[in-house]
Ligand binder design. Sequence first.
Ligand SMILES: [Zn+2]
Length: 69
Amino acid sequence: MKIQYFNTKSEMTAFAGTRPGETFRTRLTCSCRTGFNYRDGILVVIGEQVTWKLIRCKACRKEADNGTV
Ligand SMILES: [Zn+2]
């Protein structure tokens, strides 16, 4: 399973649309350690396996872009 963070919901939706499998909109926990870390997210599922965990969090996206996550 791969994890990808997004700045906006529309970026996340667009990315999910390019993945094979079923997509499920849900709430997911991001990697922020303090405060609110319960985010809008999408799970991409093929068969019984979650292949992508997509989460909308600007802070986590920034860290990922900096290569620290
Ligand atoms: Zn976060």
